[in-house]
Design a binder for this molecule. Structure first.
Ligand code: ATP
Length: 515
């Protein structure tokens, strides 16, 4: 190997609560390489990149950057030395333009110097993806924001770009754009440390892979010598059952309709969306990012004040009877929960977790509310037992159920937010990107869980960007485009390619025009 750009030697990190997140990690990243970093939820990936980026000082061990031993005083020091980190939630300023965001680090963004436009044009040329300088970042798709974040890294002179799950909520097309950009830039000499739970991406994109498990490197190998099976085994430490091996639910066409949505509209978002879900059905909403698929779930849950239309759970109307608008934010979600709807939003960690409360309380909150409505106040012992069960069912890695979500890895916090709804008495489940951010083992567990819910007679609606997953877990798929339902298929009779075409509106002959 040529002289590494970055070298970590025997790095350990112990948090104040005693968690040993890194237990002697060594890693070498070559200049201009694309280096994959993978591992199960809680394996230590985020902690490692925080050490690299100067957010956490290592407890012991050393970091060598461009041949010199360094210890970053703060993240600014790492950035100035040529190390950029792009996190999943990209901290761009929505009210500023692309140009202003790209040069944010240099300040003075209210008056954009003329030279910056030329520099911007050069950066865009290097990236090989057309991004307009004057568009507001708030108006961009997540994929385009990734591109802006990459431009920002280039503008800061980054030689190593650390990308933390860059494609987690991207559509297939957007993923390809990110891949192309990474390949192109690495060809020009920029190195990437690429973190992803999508092992096919890792195999496709990287030249070298490091696998972490329980804070240790368990595999470090050239990608050409790896296959998916080896990688899966190394990440999860076990043989995985494929999702397909969980028996699929065969829908019963005579089963009662549990959820009925009729004429659901919301100005600028949704137009006349109508569908039914029977007991035991898993219905998938497929569409590109921004198609309105998540908005449908939010509106059904009552989280869209402008929405109109009729929603029923069994015979019970939901969100009815308000004069000004059928859906009032203050009443909507409560009425939905009372009617038996559980909603796991995409951004569940921010929307669904109380970060200051321990894990066991987070898991028991809806259960507590339901029990209290029934006149029974659960004992703390019961709530703790419930939480322990959830930790076992979902394989949540935490020091204990008294940890707070802030002390958990991203994927494990996702699982806590999910677990929160598991033991309630919901009849309808609305799941937005249920497997986002979770590792390959937990993904299979969660999908198995969705099937179990259906087998218990629940009505489930799932939104996911991963079409393969959608087809594996759903009985029926509705395709959403520009806020309308444009096609419906039995999942068993549909291929991923067809789904992709429909979502993009490419088969005009078979799809009603979405207008
Ligand atoms: N601030 C913290 N305080 C205490 N423990 C922490 C803290 N941050 C992370 N941990 C613990 O360190 C371990 C590694 O977490 P880390 O976030 O690095 O995992 P990860 O591999 O990035 O997981 P994911 O794929 O879920 O993002 C976990 O056991 C986690 O609970």
């Amino acid at each position: 190997m040529t002289e590494p750009l970055l070298e970590l030697t025997d790095v350990t990190k112990t948090f104040p609560n005693g968690t040993r997140a890194l237990r002697g990690v060594s890693l070498r990243v070559a200049p201009g390489s694309v280096h994959g970093l993978v591992g199960a939820n809680g394996a230590g990936k985020s902690t490692l990149i925080k050490v690299i980026a100067g957010v956490h000082p290592p407890t012991t061990g050393s970091l060598t950057w461009q041949g010199a031993r360094r210890s970053w005083r703060d993240p600014g020091a790492a950035r100035r030395a040529g190390l950029a980190t792009i996190h999943q939630h990209i901290p761009l300023v929505e009210t500023l333009s692309v140009l202003e965001n790209v040069f944010l680090d240099r300040g003075g963004f209210r008056r954009t110097p003329v030279g910056r436009r030329e520099e911007f044009a050069d950066l865009v040329e290097r990236l090989g993806y057309p991004v307009e300088a004057d568009v507001l970042v708030g108006d961009l798709s997540i994929g385009a924001r990734q591109m802006v974040a990459i431009l920002q890294a280039l503008a800061a002179g980054a030689e190593l770009v650390v990308m933390d799950e860059p494609t987690a909520s991207l559509s297939e097309g957007e993923r390809r754009l990110v891949f192309d950009a990474v390949r192109r830039l690495s060809g020009q000499g920029t190195a990437f440390l690429y973190i992803s739970h999508f092992l096919d991406e890792i195999l496709d994109l990287t030249g070298q892979v490091t696998v972490l498990r329980d804070g240790r490197v368990v595999l470090d190998r050239g990608t050409a010598e790896l296959d998916e099976e080896t990688l899966v085994r190394s990440v999860s430490g076990r043989e995985l059952r494929a999702v397909e091996s969980v028996p699929a639910v065969v829908p019963d066409r005579t089963a009662p309709v549990v959820l009925e949505v009729a004429g659901l509209s919301s100005p600028g978002r949704l137009t006349d969306v109508s569908f039914e879900v029977r007991a035991g059905e898993v219905v998938g909403l497929a569409g590109l990012l921004g198609s309105g698929r998540s908005e449908i779930l939010a509106a059904v849950f009552g989280d869209d004040q402008a929405a109109t239309g009729t929603i029923r759970v069994g015979d019970r109307p939901v969100h009815a009877g308000h004069r000004r608008s059928a859906f009032r934010r203050d009443r909507g979600p409560r009425d939905a929960v009372d009617a038996g709807i559980a909603y796991v939003p995409e951004d569940r960690v921010r929307q669904g977790l109380h970060v200051g409360e321990p894990v066991w309380k987070n898991i028991s909150l809806p259960y507590l509310a339901a029990s209290a409505r029934g006149g029974v106040v659960p004992r703390e012992d019961d709530e703790r037992a419930q939480a322990l069960r959830a930790v076992g069912d979902l394989g949540i890695v935490a020091a204990g159920i008294d940890s707070t979500p802030a002390e958990l890895s991203g994927g494990n916090a996702q699982k806590v937010a999910f677990a929160k709804w598991l033991y309630g008495d919901a009849k309808v489940w609305l799941l937005d990107e249920p497997t986002a951010g979770v590792d390959v083992g937990a993904k299979a567990d969660l999908l198995g869980l969705v099937r179990r819910l259906a087998a218990e007679g629940k009505a489930v609606v799932v939104v996911t960007s991963e079409f393969e997953e959608l087809l594996a877990v759903c009985t029926r798929v509705l395709v959403v485009r520009r806020g309308r339902l444009v096609a419906e298929r039995a999942a068993a009779r549909m291929s991923e390619e067809e789904l992709m075409m429909l979502a993009q509106g490419l088969t005009a002959g078979t799809v009603r025009d979405a207008g």
